[in-house]
Ligand binder design. Structure first.
Ligand code: SF4
Length: 330
């Protein structure tokens, strides 16, 4: 990972207006992504991680959604202010995405060759023959056996794991600077999951691609990411380098997530921990810590004010009153 920051997300806010009120799905998210970095965004369903990433590439459907504020600077240019033809040039080319279920991205009626070649021709401005050669090379890199033959097959002729390999090959075929992977392995069984994550790690490191990996599983980020942002109720509540987050998680939510990961290296007869309660309804959330109904360490102040972001020596930070100086005075 280099020191060069290629993407800066600053105070991003994405709201959805529904009959019941305003859903603040993303409410003031900020982070930097460095060249070649793998950043994990972790949280339960509804924490805002997927909406954050759809907002980054300006794919929020309006209405009901709306980017209510903030900036997404890619090499200093704000993606949120770009005209549609410019952002289309970046999407799929400089920044590409892969999703949980490849069948939502692959057209079942078109051969893999048609889908990959079209994308490469569109973005790389090369002829069809060269694009097909590039597509075959990428499928080979992604571990698809006999790619020269399989490229002319349809998506249903591939297993779930192989389809996800095709998606990774497609996602990386235009040499993007950033790959956004949204729960790329959740629909796969555990052994295939491990293979796909290993493949992603190997290919992105080889090609120098930065990755934003969205997942609900801390187990997935542990082996894959350099840095982690933990999201809760539309905000980042803790961030830091992966080993530091695992070694000394500061926020009670992160601590709960880590306690809920099954450990094969420890023998215990206790039931696996799960965080009590449910994620909050993010419609018209009050301005206090949204985790307090589930937090074993909640204090009075937590119910009254949103906690400040507190930074620690190792660049880790957490948004929690346990570390806020003001908590001592209230
Ligand atoms: Fe728990 Fe309070 Fe920290 Fe929220 S601010 S996580 S309720 S201690």
């Amino acid at each position: 990972m280099s020191d060069e920051v290629i993407l800066q997300v600053k105070d991003l806010k994405t709201y959805f207006t529904v009959d019941e009120g305003v859903v603040k799905a993303v409410d003031g998210v900020s982070f930097d992504l460095h060249k070649g970095e793998t950043l994990g965004i972790v949280g339960e369903s509804g924490s805002g991680k997927s909406v954050t990433n759809l907002s980054i590439i300006n794919l929020i459907s309006t209405p009901p959604g709306k980017i209510a504020g903030g900036e997404v600077l890619f090499h200093g240019k704000d993606l949120l202010k770009m005209p549609p033809h410019e952002i289309r040039e970046i999407r799929g080319n400089k920044i590409s995405m892969i999703f949980q279920d490849p069948m939502t991205s692959l057209n079942p009626f078109l051969r893999i060759s048609t889908q990959m070649v079209e994308t490469i021709v569109l973005h790389q401005k090369i002829d069809k023959k060269a694009a097909k050669e590039k597509a075959i090379e990428m499928l080979k890199l992604a571990g698809i056996p006999a790619p020269e033959k399989r490229i002319d097959q349809y998506p249903h002729q591939f297993s779930g794991g192989m389809r996800q390999r095709v998606m990774i090959a497609m996602g990386l075929s235009c040499n993007p600077e950033i790959l956004i992977a949204d729960e790329p392995t959740s629909a796969l069984d555990v052994t295939i999951q491990a293979q796909i994550l290993e493949l992603m790690r190997e290919l992105t490191r080889k090609l120098g691609t930065a990755v934003i990996l969205i997942t609900h599983s801390l187990g997935v980020v542990a082996g894959m990411c350099d840095t982690i942002c933990v999201m809760y109720a539309g905000r980042i509540v803790e961030r830091g380098r992966t080993e530091e987050i695992f070694e000394s998680p500061r926020h009670p939510y992160t601590q709960g997530l880590i306690r809920s990961v099954p450990r094969l290296d420890q023998e215990t007869k206790e039931r696996l921990y799960s965080i009590p309660g449910q994620p909050p309804n993010v419609i018209d959330l009050p301005d206090c810590c949204p985790f307090y109904p589930r937090c074993e360490r909640a204090m009075d102040i937590c119910k009254k004010k949103y906690p400040p972001v507190v930074s620690f020596e190792n660049n880790q930070s957490a948004s929690c009153w346990l570390y806020g100086k003001e908590a001592q005075n209230v």
